[in-house]
Ligand binder design. Structure first.
Ligand code: DX5
Ligand code: ZN
Length: 233
């Protein structure tokens, strides 16, 4: 094969970075306003965390709140199911407004079927894994997913600190996806803030979930979104 002349090798494509607030840390009495504020600050999607008190040691919100969020925004609604047996609820979460629906490999023994079910219901199928779960656990489904979420904290609570090992995991996942599903984006969730978002993106993430750095008492959500975007400039 003829070798490329020096300097003619195209650089890897730059992918646009999307930032989505997680409403888990929002003030639920003012949820509509809080979503609007994040939108005003340039949010690209809204992340909704569903916890069942079994897969994770916390209970958050479910279908009625998702329906309210769906009605309150035109942005894509990205639903993260931290529940056991997610296959039982796929159709209802898609009907309630999920544009993308992400399930945990640890919670879904028939993961391939669950992901197909999400696609058939009309949402983008996503898979995620806990910090202690190796990438090998999702290797077989990489060709059929439309996003992979790397958990950079142990799921269950907002406001935790990013686990640094997640950065290397993102980079290894990017290399694996480039082989089998190069257009599939990597999403990252947990402990991201203005001080580390750049490192997360440089590792290979394109969709960034941010909870407590956007929604916290005394924090202006629009300004916080702008600060995150500025940290990437
Ligand atoms: C954690 C949730 C996250 C959480 C992120 O289980 O999946 O989406 O809300 O919050 P921060 O950004 O505060 O870690
Ligand atoms: Zn989440």
């Amino acid at each position: 094969m003829p070798s490329e002349p020096a300097g003619s090798v195209a650089p890897p494509p730059r992918r646009a970075v999307r930032i989505g607030p997680s409403i888990l840390s929002a003030d639920f009495l003012r949820l509509g306003e809080q979503i609007a504020a994040a939108e005003a600050g340039g949010a690209d999607f809204i992340h909704v965390d569903v916890m069942d008190g079994r897969f994770v040691p916390n209970i958050s919100i479910g279908l009625p709140v998702l329906e309210a969020v769906r009605a309150a925004t035109d942005l894509p609604v990205d639903v993260h199911l931290m529940i056991v047996e997610p296959e039982r609820y796929v159709d209802r979460f898609v009907a309630a407004g999920a544009d993308s629906l992400t399930v945990h490999v640890e919670a879904s023994p028939h993961l391939h079927r669950t992901l197909q079910q999400i696609a058939e219901a009309g949402a983008l199928p996503g898979v995620t894994l806990n910090p202690a779960t190796p990438l090998a656990a999702i290797e077989e489904v990489l060709p059929i997913v439309r996003q992979v979420l790397i958990m950079s904290v142990n799921p269950g609570f907002g406001g935790q600190t990013l686990i640094p090992a997640a950065l290397d995991k993102i980079a290894r996942l990017r290399a694996a996806l480039d082989r089998v599903n190069p257009t599939c984006p990597i999403e990252v969730d947990g402990g991201v803030k203005a001080s580390n978002i750049r490192r997360v993106v440089e590792a290979g993430a394109e969709a960034i979930v941010v909870g407590s750095a956007v929604y916290a008492p005394g924090v202006d959500a629009a300004e916080a979104m702008t600060a995150l975007r500025r940290a990437l400039a």
